[in-house]
Write a protein that binds this ligand. Structure first.
Ligand code: PHE
Ligand code: CO
Length: 292
């Protein structure tokens, strides 16, 4: 009954940041779990063309900046000249790692997001940015969600991390610790760097889908690059409207998975006792990692 009601009347829209912008997606068309139909035939030729230009610009700069796992998997997105059909993409992905992509109207509430990840369903925004947002967009759109996030769902260890994160999110909601856990997402899934024999490389979706931040995060001498440290990350604030001032560097996806496997309950408690760290601050004696 409840679920049916939500289909007819829609679910509550969600906005990012201050919430002074109207939500862009059609939340009235979403189901109770916030998923909706992709409505692929509603994309225009101009949408497909804009997607292709975004894709080609990013694909051209992956070499020497993106990690190998990402580069190897990006081709699973299919030909760049069309926004992929989520159902087709899910078929391949399901066979590889048991994940699927599902359409959502845009940003969704934390709990709905965690629940989908815990079920190995990755929510991808249906709408594409406008041409005037070619270089920069505040909210995630279909290009960010697909190009940034989906390739690493083909990596078995990273795929398991994402599911564990979802389950951890449901737990964090009960412990009132979502803000601390969100920082982990931000500094790994969105803006993470990884050490490789060739130097640091990007694996975070926010970097990999950004025209300017990809090179900046890997090569610029400006930002600080700090080795992965769970408590350090949970204490660190982040900026949503500029390039990051600090990036955290993992040694491997296995390190990330193992370091986040323990029960976070005592870790949340410990972190709450410690002072927050401003975005970009470097702690005394903290070793920094060289640009890639
Ligand atoms: N181990 C975490 C917990 O107990 C769950 C988690 C795993 C969170 C992976 C984030 C990433 O809460
Ligand atoms: Co994202």
């Amino acid at each position: 009954m409840l679920a049916e009601k939500a289909v007819n009347q829609g679910v509550a829209p969600v906005t990012y940041g201050q919430g002074d912008r109207p939500p862009r997606g059609d939340y009235a068309a979403a189901r109770a779990d916030y998923t909706c139909d992709q409505n692929w035939s509603a994309y225009t030729a101009a949408d497909h063309d804009l997607y292709r230009r975004l894709y080609e610009r990013q694909a051209a700069q992956l070499r020497d900046l993106a990690c190998d796992e990402f580069i190897a998997a990006v081709e699973h997105l299919g030909a760049p000249d069309r926004i992929p059909r989520f159902e087709q993409l899910s078929e391949t992905l399901r066979r590889r790692t048991g994940w699927e992509v599902v359409a959502v109207p845009g940003l969704i509430p934390e709990e709905a997001f965690f629940a989908l990840l815990a079920q190995r369903r990755f929510p991808v925004t249906g709408w594409l940015r406008k041409p005037e947002e070619f270089d920069y967009i505040v909210e995630p759109d279909v290009f960010h969600d697909l190009f940034g996030h989906v390739p690493l769902l083909f990596d078995p260890v990273f795929a398991d991390y994402m599911q564990a994160y979802g389950a951890g999110g449901l737990k964090a909601s009960r412990l009132d610790a979502c803000e601390l856990l969100a920082r982990l997402y931000w500094y790994t899934v969105e803006f993470g760097l990884i050490r490789t024999p060739q130097g640091v490389r990007a694996y975070g979706a926010g970097i990999l889908s950004s025209a300017g931040e990809l090179r900046y995060s890997v090569k610029s001498p400006e930002p600080s690059r700090v080795g992965f440290d769970l408590q350090r990350i949970m204490r660190t604030r982040y900026k949503i409207d500029t390039y990051q001032a600090t990036y955290f560097v993992i040694d491997s996806f296995q390190q990330l998975f193992d370091a986040t496997a323990p029960d976070f309950t005592p870790i949340y408690r410990a972190v709450r006792q410690l002072p927050e760290i401003e975005a970009g601050a470097v702690l005394p004696g903290e070793p920094l990692i060289a640009a890639g």
